[in-house]
Design a protein around this ligand. Structure first.
Ligand code: AMP
Length: 139
């Protein structure tokens, strides 16, 4: 497996070199909105320390990230009155991974409504509105 690339886009987000719409952070993890949301409220949770994916993550990184995934799952369910929550996570290109810093997708879901197709840029004002709803649900 290739080694961790410190210039991947999520490492740049962590360093504040490129913008992101952050909704939550603690000492070990960061949650921010996906710019191509496949459902309203689609966000990503990452560890602050470097690892490519599940295959090189330490148990400590995984446990910190999963605790934040659970916290944000409750928040999006509440914020969007969702019926359920889908968690997605991809490992290496063959596994569907495009950004090589471990991340979990958190997608609020509603009965009978499919996820939108991947690869479509979201509306930035709407994403900001959704982020604010999530932040409020965390309080
Ligand atoms: P994957 O590695 O397959 O889980 O896909 C990477 C995900 O990151 C996709 O859902 C993209 O929409 C999302 N993404 C890529 N660049 C950014 C960015 N700058 N800010 C937020 N999300 C991003």
């Amino acid at each position: 497996m290739p080694s961790y690339d410190p210039d991947n886009i999520f490492a740049k987000i962590l360093r504040g070199e490129i913008p992101s719409t952050r909704v939550y952070e603690d000492e070990d993890t960061l949650a921010f909105m996906d710019i191509m949301p496949r459902s309203d409220g689609h966000l990503l949770v990452i560890p602050k320390s470097p690892c490519r994916n599940m295959l090189d993550a330490t148990p400590e990184q995984l446990s910190a990230v999963m605790a934040t995934v659970q916290k944000l799952s409750h928040a999006v369910k509440h914020a969007f009155e969702a019926d359920g929550v889908t968690i997605q996570q991809f490992n290496e290109a063959a596994g569907g991974q495009e950004v090589f810093h471990l991340h979990f997708h958190v997608l609020p879901r509603h009965e009978g409504i499919s996820m939108r197709p991947p690869g479509n840029m979201g509306d930035f004002d709407l994403i900001a509105e959704h982020a604010e709803k999530i932040r409020k649900a965390l309080n």
